[in-house]
Design a protein. Structure first.
Length: 293
């Protein structure tokens, strides 16, 4: 049977081994975290805690990041760290990127760094963009860059846009640029629009621009609208403009609305206008409403 002192020594040794194992495990985890931070280029890296193998991997990761920075033209790029092959590849990527900017007319284009063989393509792209700007009436149009045929097309397009503005009655219309045929077409369009506004009862109607026949048609349409308004009980009704037959029809329509108002118990009801059968139907409707309460 083991003595008490021996049992104590065994338990103490086992505990010490357990604590040592835990401490070693924590240290290993911290070392791995530090290695990953260093490999990612984090600012909290402790290079002194890395093994030679880890230092090698961290160095390779740093070089790769620098190559990526340089290829993406980022400010973190350090060109002095590139190998000759990497520097050549970076220069090619930068040239292609600048060429694309020049072809698209970007303000960041460095035209002086382009190879002479690419200048004709860049110039052709510039002339094409300018022609498109001019055809659309854009502020970036430079007429001096247009060919004779392009200038003629641009003038024709500008004339069509002006004709559209004049036809639509826009303030930007330049009537002096219109030909006689275009002027007649614009005046006809304005006349049609004014006639339509008058037929719709718009306040923008200019009755002085109507022909005698159109004025007659407009008055007939206005009269028809007034009859409808009166029959519907609209506040815009002018009963003095109605004929005797129309007035009788309007009164009949009002009697029907009055009966319905009385049956519904509305304040607009005038009971003195009801005849016997109408009053009976109103009383019945009133009783039915009270029964439902």
């Amino acid at each position: 049977m083991a003595s008490p002192s021996r049992r104590f020594f065994v338990v103490f040794a086992a505990g010490a081994m357990f604590v040592h194992a835990q401490t070693k495990s924590k240290a290993s985890a911290l070392d791995q975290t530090n290695f990953l931070n260093c490999q990612k280029g984090s600012s909290g890296c402790d290079f002194g805690a890395l093994t030679p193998e880890q230092l090698q991997k961290v160095s390779e990761a740093s070089k790769k990041r620098n190559v990526d920075y340089c290829m993406q033209d980022l400010r973190q790029c350090d060109p002095t760290r590139l190998t000759p092959a990497e520097a050549t590849a970076q220069k090619a990527v930068q040239y292609h990127r600048n060429l694309e900017r020049c072809m698209s007319g970007s303000a960041t284009c460095d035209i002086m760094s382009l190879d002479p063989k690419d200048l004709p393509s860049v110039r052709a792209a510039r002339l094409g963009r300018n022609y498109d700007f001019c055809m659309a009436g854009g502020a970036n149009c430079d007429p001096a860059l247009l060919t004779h045929d392009q200038a003629a097309s641009v003038q024709a397009a500008a004339g069509r846009r002006n004709l559209e503005r004049c036809t639509d009655g826009l303030s930007s219309c330049d009537m002096l640029r219109l030909s006689q045929a275009e002027l007649e077409s614009v005046n006809a369009a304005h006349h049609r629009k004014n006639r339509d506004r008058c037929m719709e009862g718009s306040k923008a109607c200019d009755p002085l621009d109507l022909t005698a026949e159109e004025s007659k048609a407009v008055h007939a349409e206005m009269h028809r609208h007034n009859v409808e308004n009166c029959q519907n009980g609209s506040a815009t009704c002018d009963p003095l403009a109605l004929s005797d037959n129309e007035l009788n029809a309007v009164r009949a329509a009002y009697r029907q609305r009055n009966v319905q108002a009385c049956r519904s118990g509305l304040s607009a009801c005038d009971p003195l206008l009801l005849n016997g059968p109408e009053m009976a139907s109103v009383v019945e409707a009133s009783q039915q409403r009270r029964a439902r309460r």
